[in-house]
Design a protein around this ligand. Structure first.
Ligand SMILES: NC(=O)c1ccc[n+]([C@@H]2O[C@H](COP(=O)([O-])OP(=O)(O)OC[C@H]3O[C@@H](n4cnc5c(N)ncnc54)[C@H](OP(=O)(O)O)[C@@H]3O)[C@@H](O)[C@H]2O)c1
Length: 338
């Protein structure tokens, strides 16, 4: 497994991370046994970075990861890095009610996460969305105190813009910003990515397959269950969906010429952006099954030269996607989109 350092202050991580969200929430039903087997298969393949959020099914995802870590071989468990998001407030009906980044709340969230994960420290800790009522300096300052106390190793950020990156980095070393980045979500290239690169902050890229949309496995016939994020995402609706799936078919032609899959092409494209933008970029793939994980890992073997990159970007030009990456109400929480 290739490794890289996540930002100048961060840990050494596998070049590909596993995002565990879909094993608990937001993409419909997931199979618990298969989810744990997928985490074990990832660790076995040398994937060390496991990403979660305490609000993914209200602690369910952390407990799942905790169970997978406990039942993994000791060597794999010791190498695993936990990347945890906090701050999103939920209610018993599964609703979302804002963000809390107050220092006392940060420490409270961390105390519960450590228990649920069954670990003595969290490797990277980050607020999922900034709390508009709490300056980022205070939230990051509270995580820095957790670092001092040994409960957290590194500080990350999520979906923040360049100005927030600078403010946070002035308080304490920031190892990475977690943000959506894919062939059809290239907004970070204008300002956020150059700023991260300048400040020595890495990027953990999510939505690399645009939540399955550009995986090559999604179709108009796919039935989404209630609560599936994709049922509300503008990119998955009506004419937008058809337009976006047409882009996938153009990408499929390029992938077939290379003898790889669409998903591998999309992941390999993100892997290729790190050197291009002088930044440490780690794709977090959201595989929930071992077969999907195996496909994703295959992307590490795909070499994309200048002609390949040009062909991919001709098939899916920057800005070609139809629809925003989040519903309007959720776009409003994105500091990165201001
Ligand atoms: N910081 C943030 O705001 C934020 C937001 C969202 C996610 N995240 C993190 O990023 C992680 C990844 O995000 P994501 O789940 O949206 O990523 P993704 O990799 O773009 O999408 C994952 C979905 O793609 C489909 N898929 C098809 N082929 C695949 C393959 N070969 N490998 C992997 N997935 C394949 C799967 O859907 P089916 O299983 O339905 O086929 C899977 O659920 C999450 O798990 C979470 O940890 C962070």
């Amino acid at each position: 497994m290739r490794t890289l350092t996540l930002g100048t202050s961060g840990p050494v991580t596998s070049a590909l991370g596993l995002g565990c969200m879909g094993m608990s929430a937001l993409y419909g039903e997931a199979d618990r046994g298969e989810s744990i087997a997928t985490i074990h298969a990832a660790l076995d393949a040398g994937v060390t970075l496991l990403d979660t959020g305490d609000f993914y099914a209200m602690g369910h995802n952390e407990m799942l990861i905790g169970e997978a870590l406990r039942s993994a071989p000791a060597a794999a468990r010791e190498q695993a890095l936990t990347s945890v998001k906090f701050g999103a407030l939920r209610d018993p009906d599964g609703g979302w009610s804002g963000y809390d980044g107050r220092p006392a709340a940060v420490k409270n969230f961390a105390a519960y996460s450590l228990q649920r994960l069954g670990v003595d420290h969290i490797d990277v800790y980050r607020i999922a969305r900034i709390d508009p009522d709490v300056p980022i300096e205070e939230t990051v300052g509270a995580i820095a105190e957790l670092v001092q106390a040994g409960h957290v190793r590194h500080i990350g950020l999520s979906e923040v813009g360049a100005a927030t990156l600078r403010r946070a980095a002035a308080v304490a070393p920031i190892c990475d910003v977690q943000i959506e980045y894919s062939l059809i979500s290239r907004g970070i290239e204008d300002e956020i990515l150059p700023t991260a690169s300048e400040l020595g902050i890495g990027v953990t890229a999510y939505g690399v397959l645009s939540r399955g949309l550009i995986s090559g496995h999604f179709s108009r016939e796919r039935q989404l269950t209630a609560g599936d994020f994709r049922g509300m995402s503008p990119r998955f609706q009506g004419e937008n969906l058809q337009h976006n799936l047409d882009l996938v078919e153009a990408l499929r032609k390029v992938a077939e010429q290379k003898g790889v899959t669409v998903a591998q092409t999309a992941i390999a494209w993100v892997l290729a952006q790190g050197p291009r933008h002088h930044a440490a970029i780690v794709p977090l793939v959201g595989a929930r099954r071992r077969d999907r994980l195996a496909e994703a890992l295959g992307a590490l073997e795909v070499e994309l030269g200048a002609a390949d990159l040009a062909a991919i970007e001709a098939a899916v030009p920057a800005g070609a996607a139809a629809g925003d990456r989040y519903p309007q109400a959720q776009m409003a929480h994105l500091d990165s989109e201001r």
